[in-house]
Design a protein around this ligand. Sequence first.
Ligand code: DHB
Ligand code: FE
Length: 284
Amino acid sequence: MAKITASVYTSHVPAIGAALDLNKQNEDYWKPVFAGYDFGKEWIKQNKPDVVFLVYNDHATAFSLDLIPTFAIGTGPFYPPADEGWGPRPVPPVIGHPELAAHIAQSVIQEDFDLTIVNKMDVDHGLTVPLSLMFGQPEAWPCTVIPFAVNVVQYPVPSGRRCFELGKAIRRAVESFDKDLNVQIWGTGGMSHQLQGPRAGLINREWDNKFLDRLIANPDSLSQVPHIEYVREAGSEGIELVMWLIARGAMADAVGGEAPTVAQRFYHVPASNTAVGHLILEDN
Ligand code: DHB
Ligand code: FE
């Protein structure tokens, strides 16, 4: 059977992608950011997934105000890197896993979660920057990826509670797929940042670190946190963090199993306008 073995969490700051693509990793500004991912790059070589179920948000790239799915699952065979205004990132195309994605869609929709099915879309920095942070700059991504886009851009956005429950449904779906596959689930975006308005530049280290504590030890109660707290404490774009609850809901302890092991925890300020957070949780 397919199995969720670990969850990975990371910010998706677009300037990190640009720093990699322009070979600036060793500049003083970027060194401490990339250092936080040295462990993860080694860890993922030892714990190579067959499939990454990658929860991310599209930034008005594949979608726009014309069409705003709350949750969209990529069931297509491949996804080109998007042109976000300065040409597509020079990264490999993302290869999908249509068979597992269709199975997850079937299972999760039958459990009453409304998903939009997407067979064709370009993927922006929300998806490609996390891949670059964990896999570096390979010729081809070393595994297949199921993109799972969440609307955290245009209100109303989904609650943390719903995201956490959806994660549990995704776990049940993966574990009922009858092929042996090592599946990781990634939750991306965040941490605190605000890109516009009078509070632009907001960072809240204390709240971010408490978020990490609560995500590790107390995800059920963290899932009750209302949107207004994210926006007030972590800034307007800090709401991206609800996506981490989808990945956390897919860990064993969310459905009565053992608590995961923390393999890596990292926090750094600043990267561009954003606080960077990164966690790796392994199921036991
Ligand atoms: C920045 C962060 C984001 O999450 C994003 O989508 C765009 C820009 C930033 O830090 O500049
Ligand atoms: Fe973003």
